[in-house]
Each structure stands twice: as structure tokens, then as C-alpha cells.
Design a protein around this ligand. Sequence first.
Ligand code: SF4
Length: 165
Amino acid sequence: MFCYQCEQTAGGSGCTKSGVCGKNEDIQSLQDLLLFGLKGIAAYAYHARELGVRDEEVDKFMHEALFKTVTNVSFDLNDHLGMVLKCGEMNLRIMETLDKAHTQRFGNPVPVEVETGTRKGPGILVTGHDLLDLYELLKQTEGTGIGIYTHSERKRNLRSLAVRF
Ligand code: SF4
């Protein structure tokens, strides 16, 4: 195992055989998985909030899960498995929430004709799920000659903006 989640970590660098706190490798792996999932949920939740949409159930789960990994010293395996499964559920939920927030702001996605390939000149390559960010970038670069390039997933969602890709 390798864990460096807290200040008690062995030798100041990482617990490798077992946790100084008593955590074993199964719990450490599940907590790492949970933290990985929480980062993704946090990113989607942040994007939704920027569009004025919050999900109280997801927020509550974030608090519970962080408490479990950061401050709790209960290392029950089934409890952790349940939390990881719930993390997957909450991930889908926040993706739906973000999708609704995008639809409210930018309308329902519809197929449109878009330009593909590249143009001579400077360009910015954009990816991720932050359509508001992309929208602002397109506004700020309008008329500057800077090309904004992205991939199909984002093009599909921005019918009114796709003309510049
Ligand atoms: S195993 Fe426990 S003591 Fe070691 S770094 Fe991780 S949380 Fe801290």
C-alpha cells in the first residue's frame, strides 16, 4: 500500500506496510478511489454552480465522504464499499444536474454543421465540461483572429457557438 493522506504518515513520506493510523490497504484503496471520485463530482458541481444551479443531495454527500476520508478513524470495509458505490451514484446525479444547467442556459443540443480542420494563426485548444467557460472564451476572442478548437462532445452542445470552430 501507499498512503500519504495525513500528517501521521510514516517517516513523513508515506505508509507502505500498514497505516500508522491503523488503516489497511483495502481501506486505503477505497478511500483513494473515493477521493478520486469526489474530485470529479466537485468539478461538475462547480460548473453547475457557476450557472446558478446547486444540488443539495450532492453537497451533503460531499461532506459525508470528506468526513469519512479526512477525519474519520472508522475503517469498516462494508461502510467504505457503500460510500464508493454511492459516489458513483452521486457522480451520475451531478452530471445530470450540470446537463440541466447547460440546457437552461444554452438550450437543448441539436445537430449543426460545423467547420472542421485548422486555420492559419494562433489558436486555443479547449476540452472539459465547462461550457460557460467556453462561451466566455468565444466572446472574448471574437474578432481577434484567435481560433478556438474543441472536440465533438463540446461542439454538439453549443449550437450557437459552433460556427467559430
Ligand atoms: S495510512 Fe493512515 S497514518 Fe498513514 S498516511 Fe494514510 S491516513 Fe495517515
